[in-house]
Write a protein that binds this ligand. Structure first.
Ligand SMILES: Cc1cc2nc3c(=O)[nH]c(=O)nc-3n(C[C@H](O)[C@H](O)[C@H](O)COP(=O)(O)OP(=O)(O)OC[C@H]3O[C@@H](n4cnc5c(N)ncnc54)[C@H](O)[C@@H]3O)c2cc1C
Length: 427
């Protein structure tokens, strides 16, 4: 049977926060344009489906070279009108702030809302209904395969062979970096990819990291490019994410509706900017990820702080011992020796920062605390944009984490709004 072709004024690829931000702005502000939102996943919506901590304070999630404080603040207000956040009420964090200052460490004060993994899906369904009610066609389980730029067409999986567009917004997220590179090469758009975050995730008894009672996701900035990232407490779990050549760990937590498990987890990440001759952050990530997988049988590695301090590897028995009375929430990790897998420079800076953190929040380096490795965040391929709306060729925009315009939900959403404004003719 011959396959149909269809034309839309705007096609958005990816229903993560970046794609949704664009769809929200377009359907609220545009004058009857036809808009199609597709996602290769059968259930929407990218990274929103996880823990869904929404940060509403610059610079969290915003690359500083693309967003000024003033600009991001204006966009964050718009994001909030779409997502209706219920902000966390911070407790007394002054003692921590003062101790941090003495060590040259900054504790950022962040406006934050936490949804929780179990409540993310209802949130997403509500967001999709909002745009569908305003005329956006949403097509899930449909993948964009390739771009025919001269004919303004994309090929997709499913019933139609090709879809034509006037404007195309690509918001495929970080995981699609290889695919985005292909698209950018086909458009002859230069791009770079030289930054990577490498670190470990700690899992501890909540009593050994009591700051979470007053500050849900404390953002500490240490010297040497190290920071805390994505803290989870309440019903908190460490998970592994599959990448093409390795697993990276991550964390999430359920909403306050779930029974607490008394644990907390967060990452300590070091940002590395690579220079010639090694300039691909993704390639470096693969090298490090594979090295860890080789040493731990294709799984993430875990080590108790007690063993780490003594220079010993952790063994299975370390995790059965009465002394260490909580079990790792990541079931598939291999007990081992992180120092064998992690480059010395990264390990040294992270351990130094951890000792500072233990001075600011005494207890986090209790021997029972677990260190999981690797936690790796590759940054996107950063294309050369031709305007402030993230246009790369006339009528083609790339936004969200996949284009390096954001590193979190709210900033991704903001980048979607900014691209949509470009389509609607804003300067
Ligand atoms: C486990 C985990 C927890 C996280 N927790 C938080 C958090 O609490 N707070 C926070 O701010 N950030 C968090 N993040 C990061 C956050 O999810 C991302 O910053 C954000 O989702 C980026 O949005 P995006 O729209 O650019 O990409 P994504 O959310 O990744 O969405 C991209 C979408 O595009 C689709 N897609 C890709 N290629 C194609 C194609 N060819 N055709 C059609 N569809 C395609 C994908 O299926 C996906 O749905 C977390 C990430 C992970 C992995």
């Amino acid at each position: 049977m011959a396959r149909k072709e269809k034309r839309y004024d705007v096609i958005i690829v990816g229903s993560g926060p970046a794609g949704l931000g664009a769809a929200f702005h377009l359907c609220e502000k545009s004058d009857g344009r036809s808009i199609l939102l597709i996602d290769k996943a059968k259930v929407s919506s990218g990274g929103l489906r996880n823990d869904c901590k929404q940060n509403y304070t610059y610079p969290v999630g915003f690359p500083r070279d693309l967003w000024s404080r003033e600009e991001a603040t204006v966009y964050l207000e718009r994001v909030a009108t779409h997502l209706n956040p219920v902000y966390q009420t911070p407790g007394n964090i002054q003692p921590y702030v003062k101790r941090a200052e003495k060590l040259g460490v900054t504790l950022l004060s962040i406006l934050q809302a936490h949804v929780g993994t179990d409540r993310a899906l209802p949130l997403i369904k509500g967001l999709l209904k909002h745009i569908e009610d305003r005329g956006v066609e949403v097509s899930l389980g449909r993948e964009m395969l390739s771009l025919d730029y001269p004919r303004r067409r994309i090929s997709v999986s499913g019933e139609e062979a090709a879809l034509e567009f006037t404007d195309l917004i690509l918001a495929p997220g970080r995981a699609a970096y290889g695919w985005i590179q292909q698209i950018m090469r086909s458009l002859e758009v230069p791009f770079s990819d030289n930054i990577v975050d490498v670190g470990i995730r700690l899992e501890a008894r909540a009593g050994n990291y009591p700051i979470v009672k007053d500050y849900y996701d404390p953002k500490f900035i240490f010297p040497d490019g190290v920071r805390t990232f994505c803290t989870n407490s309440g019903s908190a779990h460490v998970v592994k994410e599959k990448y093409e050549h390795y697993y990276s760990v991550n964390g999430h937590s359920f909403s306050t509706g779930r029974t607490p498990n008394g644990l907390v987890n967060f990452a300590m990440l070091k940002t590395i900017s690579l220079t010639d001759p090694v300039v691909s952050g993704h390639e470096f990530a693969v090298i490090l990820g594979q090295m860890a997988m080789q040493l731990s049988g294709g799984k993430p590695m875990m080590q108790r702080v007690g063993d780490f301090r003594m220079g010993n590897r952790s063994k299975a028995s370390t995790f059965n011992d009465d002394l260490y009375d909580f079990k790792p929430t990541l079931k598939g990790a291999t007990p081992g020796d992180i120092t064998l897998a992690m480059p010395a420079r990264i390990l040294r800076d992270i351990w130094k920062s951890l000792k500072m953190l233990d001075t600011i929040v005494p207890g986090i380096l209790h021997p029972s605390t677990i260190l999981y490795y690797p936690e790796i965040k590759t940054y996107a391929n950063r294309p050369r944009f031709s305007d402030r709306h993230f246009q790369i060729r006339e009528g083609v925009y790339i936004i969200g984490d996949g284009a390096g315009t954001s590193r979190g939900i709210t900033a991704a959403w903001a980048s979607g709004i900014r691209a949509a404004e470009g389509i609607l003719g804003a300067n």
